[in-house]
Ligand binder design. Structure first.
Ligand code: BG6
Ligand code: MG
Length: 220
C-alpha cells in the first residue's frame, strides 16, 4: 500500500469524547471542584490522560502531589471504563464504517493514531478493529499531541513515510501534530472549520467519494 489514512479515535471514529467528559465531570464533582464545563473539555480533546487531569485541576482550590494526581487519573479511568462497558457498534460516528470499507476497497491502508490507552478495547467493542491495519495509541508513545509522535509511530508501523499519510482529527492538538509530523490533515467534528486542517468536514459521512479522491490525490 502506498497511502495511509491515520484516524484519531475519540470524536472521529467513535463517540467516546462525551464519555470522557462525563467521567471527568464525575471526578471534578467528587473533588468539590466547581464549574468544570464543556468549554474546558474542548482543551482535553486529543491530549493525554494526565494533561486532561491538569485541565480539571486548574479549577481546584488546592494543589495535588504527583502521587495524588496518579490516583485521580486512575479513578477517572475507572469511571470511564464503567461507561465504556455499554459501548457497541451503535457508538460508531456517522460514516466511520463506510469510510474504512471504502479505503480498503481503494487499497489505502487505515491506521489509528490515538492518545488513548483504551484504544484497542474501544475498537474491539465497536467492531472496528478488523478494519484497522495498525494501531498507534497511548501505550506506544511518551509525548502527547501536539507532538507528532503518535502519528509518526503509526506511519512507521504501516511502513510508509509521513508524506504518504493523511491524518483525520477533531482536535486542535491533533491537527497541529499532523502538521508537525509533515502530514496533511482532514479536520472533522463540530469545530472542524476552526482547526486549520488542510480539508474539513462536519463528519466522515459528509465526505463524498469524489472528495476522497481529491484528498487522497494530495497525499504522497
Ligand atoms: C484522547 C482523548 O483520544 O485520549 C483525550 O481525546 C484523552 O480526551 C486521551 O485524554 C487519553 O485517553 P485514555 O483513554 O488513555 O484516558
Ligand atoms: Mg479526538
Amino acid at each position: 500500500m502506498e497511502k495511509c489514512v491515520i484516524f484519531d479515535l475519540d470524536g472521529v471514529l467513535v463517540s467516546t469524547d462525551e464519555l470522557h467528559y462525563q467521567a471527568w465531570k464525575r471526578l471534578a464533582e467528587e473533588l468539590g471542584i466547581r464549574g468544570f464545563c464543556r468549554e474546558d473539555n474542548k482543551r482535553q480533546r486529543g491530549v493525554s490522560r494526565m494533561a486532561s487531569l491538569e485541565v480539571v485541576l486548574e479549577r481546584a482550590e488546592r494543589t495535588y502531589s504527583m502521587e495524588e494526581k496518579q490516583e485521580l487519573a486512575k479513578q477517572k479511568n475507572n469511571y470511564y471504563l464503567e461507561l465504556l462497558a455499554n459501548l457497541d457498534e451503535g457508538s460508531r460516528l456517522p460514516g466511520a464504517m463506510e469510510t474504512l470499507r471504502y479505503l480498503r476497497g481503494q487499497g489505502v491502508a487505515s491506521a489509528v493514531g490515538s492518545a488513548s490507552k483504551n484504544a484497542i478495547v474501544i475498537l474491539e467493542k465497536t467492531g472496528l478493529l478488523p478494519w484497522i491495519d495498525k494501531v498507534s495509541c497511548g501505550l506506544d508513545i511518551t509525548k502527547s499531541k501536539p507532538d507528532p509522535e503518535v502519528f509518526l509511530v503509526a506511519a512507521k508501523k504501516v511502513g510508509l513515510k509521513p508524506g504518504q499519510c493523511l491524518v483525520v482529527e477533531d482536535s486542535a492538538a491533533g491537527i497541529q501534530a499532523a502538521a508537525a509530523g509533515g502530514m496533511k490533515s482532514l479536520a472533522v467534528g463540530p469545530l472542524s472549520e476552526t482547526l486549520g486542517g488542510d480539508f474539513c468536514a462536519v463528519n466522515l459521512a459528509e465526505v463524498t467519494e469524489e472528495q476522497w479522491e481529491k484528498i487522497l490525490g494530495s497525499v504522497g
